[in-house]
Design a protein around this ligand. Structure first.
Ligand code: NG1
Ligand code: MG
Length: 504
């Protein structure tokens, strides 16, 4: 059953607190819009950023993840006008005004080599028009953006922007599609930028419900289950701490993000071959084949009357797959070359490259560390399932904190040692955080820099943040003022998802 994007005219339908502060921000955006375009906007599209609590680099493996939407968000005020040109300004003068025209036939050209900020909007605009297809001549649009998600730090500022642009374009053309369609469009749209991402960020931004984290499943189809954190005393709190190490995924993708996507895809093909199920239609027709599909097909053909308890099924299956993968990939602990894999699969190296889409997302690597990437993927998926189990167990004792924190610490170790997507600053800030009282500390988002997330007791939050300022920021970034630090290290709680704010 599809869900609709909420259309609200009261801010408390979007934000749980600080309503005055949000009101002032919407007011300022509206006034700025009138100054720039000389008229009121028709609506304001809102899409939040997200922090991934646990489940890293496994959405594109088809496994469930456990993120939550955060209050920082992307706002785009829009007025539909005649003509076919789109004008985009930003309240932050760092982003110069851009204008482009709709060209019948080739909607818009996106020059991904420039990494210009307007490209994210163009992706969403292009994707939205393709999704609503029957728009003979789309409306002209006057847009003014105000983004409060810190950029390129793993809080999905990019996906919030693309989701917002998709909703803005659909609504301006009076064809706002369902949440599911907006997610699908946004995931496909962001790939125009050149990163071969999964669907976690866009799903979280669009489909989160307030006060809840989101257990997101991607296969066999997209499914979001809101999960509340255990009501412990004191309450659970999360602190986001930015290492200040920029990690622009669009730039480093060939040796980082997109390479990891390829390693997990080649790993899935090799494991399916090893398990003699690569020829099964479920695997042969999968484009791309993921570890999740391999797991489902392995159990469907080996244990047809599998245990029916969903969690036990997940836990048992993931444990078996981890064992299978370790037994098989351990033959090449230093990694496999493309020729090793093509040879084992009985296809040419160029066919294999085509199968895993390196043509569209070029990578630079001569070895694929399939053992380590598979060990991370299956063990991380297991930690996500266990994390949800603890949240839904009904236990609200201190044991919860310890159990959830341990899973987050194990995730950080796996990201650092097996998936190799951490960095010295992330490792250091996690060590400092644990000494300062965090129960669980880990990188969040793609990694290689950007943000970390920490599980703390709410009554210890202020002291915790003070300790991070003292031991990390003051030492490394003494020039940061207290005002700057408010956007660098801050407590956060589950926020609601995307909405259209329509002036009543
Ligand atoms: P960030 O770092 O927020 O861009 C990226 C991917 C996610 C997921 C995480 C790692 C995109 C748009 N986002 O998130 O799909 O793979 O890395 O868990 O590619
Ligand atoms: Mg992103």
């Amino acid at each position: 059953m599809d869900h609709s994007i909420p259309i609200v005219s009261a801010l408390d339908d979007i934000y749980a607190d600080n309503l005055l502060q949000h009101g002032a921000r919407y007011q300022a955006l509206t006034e700025a819009f009138i100054k720039v375009y000389g008229a009121m906007p028709d609506f304001i599209a809102r899409a939040p950023g997200r922090v991934n609590i646990i489940g890293e680099h496994i959405d594109y493996c088809g496994f469930p993840v456990f993120p939550m939407a955060i209050v920082p968000d992307c706002l785009i005020a829009v007025k539909a006008v005649g003509g076919s040109s789109v004008k985009l300004s930003n309240v932050n003068a760092k982003f110069p005004t851009r204008q482009f025209d709709y060209q019948p036939g080739s909607i818009v050209e996106i020059d991904e080599s420039t990494h210009d900020w307007v490209n994210y909007f163009k992706c969403g605009y292009k994707g939205a028009l393709e999704a609503i297809a029957d728009t003979a001549s789309p409306v002209g649009m006057q847009c003014l953006m105000d983004g409060s998600v810190p950029i390129s730090v793993g809080l999905s500022s990019s996906s919030a922007f693309v989701c917002c642009a998709v909703m803005a374009t659909m609504r301006a053309n009076d064809k706002l599609l369902s949440q599911e369609r907006v997610v699908e469009t946004s995931v496909a749209s962001e790939r125009y930028i050149g990163t071969n991402g999964g669907g976690m960020d866009q799903t979280t931004s669009i489909m989160s419900q307030s006060q809840s984290a989101a257990f997101i499943e991607f296969s066999p189809m997209l499914r979001v289950t809101p999960v509340r954190f255990p009501s412990t005393t004191p309450p659970i709190a999360f602190v986001i701490a930015n290492t200040m190490v920029e990690s622009d995924k669009a730039v480093t993708a060939p040796t980082n993000y997109n390479l990891r996507v390829v390693e997990t895809r080649i790993g899935a093909l090799m494991l399916a071959k090893h398990l003699n199920i690569l020829e099964h239609s479920a695997c042969a027709n999968a484009d791309p084949l993921t570890f999740k599909t391999v797991m489902d097909e392995f159990f469907a053909s080996s244990y047809p009357s599998d245990c029916d308890s969903p969690v036990l099924k997940w836990t048992k299956r993931l444990a078996v797959m981890l064992e299978q993968a370790e037994a098989f990939f351990t033959t090449h602990p230093q990694g496999f070359t493309l020729d090793d894999c093509a040879g084992y699969l009985g296809i040419s190296a160029s066919d294999l490259a085509g199968l895993v889409h390196t043509d569209r997302y070029p990578i630079q690597a001569d070895r694929f560390k399939l053992l380590q990437r598979a060990q991370h993927a299956f063990s991380e998926a297991l930690r996500v399932v266990k994390f949800r189990q603890v949240c839904e167990s009904g236990d609200t004792s201190d044991k919860c904190f310890v159990a959830l924190g341990d899973l987050m610490n194990q995730s950080q170790d796996s990201c650092r040692d097996l998936f190799e997507c951490s960095c010295p600053e992330l490792d250091e800030i996690c060590d400092i955080a644990r000494k300062a009282g965090s129960l669980g500390s880990r990188l969040t988002g793609a990694g290689w820099g950007g943000c970390s997330v920490h599980l703390v007791r709410q009554d210890g939050c202020d002291n915790f943040i003070a300790a991070l300022k003292q031991d990390y920021y003051l030492k490394r970034f003494p020039q940061l003022s207290d005002e700057d630090l408010k956007h660098v290290v801050f407590a956060t709680s589950p926020s609601s998802g995307a909405a259209i704010y329509a002036f009543d």
